[in-house]
Design a protein around this ligand. Sequence first.
Ligand code: FHN
Length: 605
Amino acid sequence: MKTPTLSIPMRILVVAIICLSLSEGLAQTTLTNEQRLQWFRDAKFGLFIHWGLYALPAGEWKGIVYPGASEWIMYRAQVPVKEYEPLAQQFNPTRFNAEEWARLARDAGMKYLVITSKHHDGFAMYHSAASKYNIVDATPFKRDPMKELADACKKYDLKFCFYYSQAQDWHEANGLGNDWDFGPDSMKTFSQYFVEKAIPQVREILTEYGPIGLIWFDTPRTMNAAQSKELANLVHQLQPACLVDGRIGNEMGDYKTKGDNRLPSGATEMDWETPATMNTSWGFKKSDDNWKSPKQLIRALVEVTAKGGNYLLNVGPTDEGIIPGPSVQRLKDVGAWLKVHGEAVYGTRMAPWTIPPEWGMITSAQGKLYLHVFDWPTDGKLELHGLKNRVSTASLLDDHTRLKFEQKLGEKPGEPSLLITVPATPPDSNVSVIALDIEGPPNVSPQIFQEKSGTVTLFGLLAQVHNAGMPGIRKDDTGIRDWTNGDNWLSWDFTIDRPGRFRIDLGSYAITSGSGRTRKTLFEGGHQLMLGVAGQGLSFKADSSRTERPSPYFTDVVSEAGEVTISAPGSYTLQLRAKQLVTFQGNGCVVRWIRLRPVQEEARR
Ligand code: FHN
């Protein structure tokens, strides 16, 4: 049979179609964000390592202990480059053992490891061709610990990742941050630094160490959008599967990076990470013994997971290459908990409830809910409101003991509700987990319920903002922020099933880093607020006179609004309006929560 010959326009068309399908084939090798994020979403827990020349002074310079994190010593003590640089000649971490570090992370239940390839002091902890100021060329150690760690991570099935300070570089005349040697940043040619050091070094860490899970950029400072984009593109071009963190600058990055040690109020979005310290400093600091307890760390990991994020927990090894004992112990403790309860963490998704219940946190997986109980009930009954799915079984996660439960799926005030009968003592002293098998994908009522204690908490995150189109108020992951416009007002709908008299408090927050750094008390100055509920009105001043629930992360700053009586079960609306708002250091009123707590009759007498 004769093959039909194609006319010239037809041939052009065929060639074009072939080219198009080839280029589509190529496009498939570039990954979407969704594909890149897959491992990160399931991993939940990573090890952050801040290791550099700053481990030598370890927070002290010429006999003076400087406040804050040790890796900032060069900045805090304004150490000239010519005095800081010679530290390299003493840096000889002969006790460094990459396998030990990787094994420790693996045994802690971590799935990735992020280490400082270069921090703000500008010293490369790997063999860099772009700068001689690196661990191989400038120290007696002469080894490349990053090569050793990359191999060890592969062996222990951890994603190997790099931190890289892309804008601050106190060693370079055009890097940002060093004004004591090189003058103010405004006088520098940052673009020159960016092209001559940052870009070549990022290229090196992405080409010399095998597959990299993510690059953790930090403190972008004055970088412009084109520079952030160039860096992100470079990462994806060299390693399409490598993630870029949220501190690349200009709202870019494959996921969001929260503030250091910061946790959001509720579960509102996925794909974020909280970097956290175990004590105060990131780098090793001799005098820093402000350790969080293993319980606090386990609870923070659970809270981050339940709210949709990942927890990147830091250690600061010494100049000898040793991870401090208290850090090692804590990692082992978290690992022991995860060994038993990992099913309720890895691969799970954030809670279907925006706001966690008063007793703990919730994570979810296919057909499952995991109730992470921080405050074990003393009367043997754990209560959960809002779940519309039928529960088929409830059991303790550790030994699979079946638990009895009673479920009400009606529409009376307080329903739907689940009452689980639990043992008198918690199975785990850190966090006990109850696993629920549920029918169908989680379906949760958006109502705000009264908790078992009788308390109703109205979180800022759940507030309806009225006149929201006007400037002067915003909602972020902690609640209502920067409320400065009196035309804006807030309201919450909620249900009461056990009426009575309630004391109402308003919670703002102060950030505590645990380092003794200045606390940010956003209520300074006092706002005059008005609150209305169940036909009663309260006028009160929001101030900073009382704090509660001190935690390593937040201290709630509490203002007392007064008392109201809610005399019948049913649905109610609470309104919060401003009589006078004060702007303090650029911040307005913060509403993290409003809490209605039952007043005990005896206490009132
Ligand atoms: O300045 C750094 C600090 O030294 C540390 O590396 C942390 C880790 O998140 N990041 C910066 C401050 O946010």
